[in-house]
Design a protein around this ligand. Structure first.
Ligand code: UDP
Length: 317
């Protein structure tokens, strides 16, 4: 039976108008949690929240969490998803990216502390940098260049994790840290700049697919519905230690480009471009901890997920 409004738990989601944030808001509402989404629209979009706007349990506030978060009433969950997340986006907003990982995280933890709420940090596989251990377990401390172009994102997220642990130790805030690996799905921006949107838009338009370097670098792609299930499992059943959330099915960027050309039925060719500085050579999550602790693993296979995302890009291009 659906909970009445008065007894419903309430979640505050920063970055609620973003790609993952908006799917998360929808999933929380489906589980009878009221949602207040916050976003400053640096990379989020009001269009992503369109399907939720008529829901009386959903509220949106345009806000920058770096400037403080003041919210009346009870809050059961604070989920911090605000941040530019694609390399071109954080490269274009390095100071904002640093602030939202540090000051923004501190403000959201302060909110969780004041409300006695559970806090969940959307951290990232980028905390492992260009990893020297493969696949990456949570116990690996990473190989990050603090002064390279990815430093603003990687170090901000590493600092965010330190903040979460500090608030737990000092103020007993109930915290969770999830490390999100590459994720794709509907509502990714066409201009996002990551491999999946770039390749899909290029394949659909019949343009060459821009593979950086020789394309031998790998990633492991998770479909967004699997990821969101993992976030909710971490919220409900997680502990204070970081947990990897991602799909362990690893693919090289050249294979990914070729697969997308085939799935799109496209005639596009491949155009090799320079490899960006500090681009991680390989990435695959060890999800043993997520399986054991959360009983979670991805269900959507790589090609199945890519087909669904492709359908979305066809609908918006
Ligand atoms: N990449 C590519 N072509 C593009 C965009 C990205 O070859 O048009 C490569 C990029 O160099 C990296 C991989 O794809 O090796 C994944 O990049 P993405 O930006 O999707 O995410 P990252 O995991 O690097 O944050």
């Amino acid at each position: 039976m659906a909970a009445s409004s008065a007894s419903r738990p309430r979640a505050v989601v920063s970055g609620g108008a973003g790609f993952i944030g908006s799917h998360l808001c929808a999933a929380l509402l489906e589980r009878d949690v009221s949602v207040l989404a916050l976003d400053n629209f640096i990379t989020g979009s009001a269009d992503n929240l369109e399907p939720l706007q008529g829901n009386p349990e959903f509220e949106f506030r345009q806000a920058d969490v770096n400037h403080g978060v003041f919210i009346g009433g009870d809050v059961r969950y604070v989920l911090h998803f605000a941040s530019p997340a694609s390399p071109p986006q954080y490269d274009a907003n390095p100071i904002h990216t640093l602030k939202v990982g540090t000051i923004g995280t501190m403000n959201m933890l302060g909110l969780a502390r004041a409300k006695n709420a559970t806090f969940l940090l959307a951290s990232t596989s980028e905390v492992y940098g260009d990893p020297l251990v493969h696949p990456q377990p949570e116990s690996y401390w990473g190989n990050v260049n603090p002064i390279g172009p990815r430093g603003c994102y990687d170090e901000a997220k590493r600092c965010a994790e330190a903040y979460a642990m500090a608030y737990r130790r000092m103020h007993q805030v109930d915290t969770r840290i999830i490390r999100i690996f590459n994720t794709h799905g509907p509502r990714m921006q066409v201009q996002d700049g990551r491999a999946v949107p770039n390749f899909m838009a290029q394949a659909i338009r019949g343009e060459p697919l821009t593979v950086y370097g020789d394309g031998s670098q790998t990633r492991s792609l998770c479909y967004v519905s699997d990821l969101v299930r993992g976030v909710l499992a971490a919220l409900e059943r997680g502990d204070e230690q970081p947990v990897n959330l991602g799909n362990p099915e690893e693919v090289s960027m050249l294979e990914l480009a070729e697969t997308i050309i085939r799935l799109a039925g496209s005639q596009s060719k491949i155009d090799h471009r320079d490899l960006p500085v500090d681009d991680p050579k390989q990435r695959r999550p060890d999800i043993t901890r997520a399986r054991n602790l959360l009983g979670w693993q991805p269900e959507v296979g790589l090609e199945d997920g890519l087909r669904r995302t492709l359908e979305y890009f066809r609908s918006v291009l």
